[in-house]
Design a protein around this ligand. Structure first.
Ligand SMILES: [Zn+2]
Length: 271
């Protein structure tokens, strides 16, 4: 299976190294929306969708707070839809979308692939359809699924994957693509594990934000620390999952990356 690492949305929050960990504090940091495009025997599979064409054309759909904090570049050429075409495919070739969660910067591109089946954890689907708190009402944008996607909702069945529970056998997808529940950031947040030619990859979504968080001596830029606390739905679960990811990273058997860390994207895209 060929796996492409795509940046489907550059974000330029102010704060420099307070956000990105390096550089001057006075220039914008560089964050990405790291998505995967996987060529499988049964069509293309997209993992997360980043920022889509609807939001590029009408940024106000993302809300003032998101625009102010993340300062997205909003380039049509960065959308998954345009990058799929750039790679020589048609958007209809994307048969399945697998989502880490339904936050607005992960689900924005859904409408660009109206024919795709959309795989999501049941708990995340419920959180987005029936938000319980003001935080949940702010983070999800129902306009992003107003086209009524062909949802495929999954519950965890407890199958083991390197010590993590896993949802295996996603209908229509090869057995080398699994959902790994990693709650805490949102109610039904998952990682997506993919076995490629070079071994296992784990897209950890927003389970952590900076690569230093899963290093042996953990570090995290201060703004990202605050941001993750503000956005979490369950602190204990979130920190527990970061610790488990740190142990998995120390094992060295899996290439782990998060959704918004630019250096992780650059090293994996190069490899
Ligand atoms: Zn995110």
């Amino acid at each position: 299976m060929r796996i492409h690492h795509l940046n489907c949305g550059s974000l330029r929050p102010l704060g420099g190294r307070l956000v990105a960990g390096t550089g001057s504090p006075f220039v914008p940091a560089r964050l990405v929306c790291h998505c995967l495009l996987i060529e499988t025997g049964s069509g293309l599979v997209l993992v997360d969708t980043g920022l889509g064409l609807n939001e590029v054309a009408r940024p106000q759909r993302l809300g003032r707070t998101f625009l102010m904090i993340t300062r997205p570049a909003l380039e049509a050429s960065e959308t998954a839809a345009r990058q799929v075409v750039q790679l020589g495919y048609q958007v209809e070739d994307v048969r399945h979308i697998v989502l880490t969660h339904l936050d607005l910067d992960h689900a924005s591109g859904l409408a660009d692939f109206p024919h795709a089946k959309v795989h999501v954890h049941e708990q995340e689907f419920q959180a987005a359809q029936h938000p319980l708190t003001s935080q949940e009402r702010r983070r999800y944008r129902s306009v992003q699924w107003a086209h009524s996607p062909d949802w495929v909702r999954h519950t965890t069945n407890g199958d083991d994957w390197l010590g993590f529970s896993a949802v295996r056998e996603l209908p229509g997808l090869p057995p080398s693509i699994l959902l790994i529940p990693l709650g805490g950031h949102t109610r039904g947040h998952v990682g997506v594990a993919v076995e490629g030619d070079d071994g296992w990859l784990l897209h950890a979504g927003d389970a952590y934000f900076a690569h230093g968080q899963i290093a042996a001596n953990p570090t995290c830029p201060p703004f990202l620390n605050v941001f993750q606390s503000l956005m979490q739905t369950d602190k204990t679960t979130r920190l527990y999952n970061v610790q488990r990811l740190r142990e998995l990273a120390a094992d060295g058997k899996v290439d782990i990356f998060s959704a918004h860390d630019e250096s992780e994207l650059m090293s994996l895209a190069k490899a």
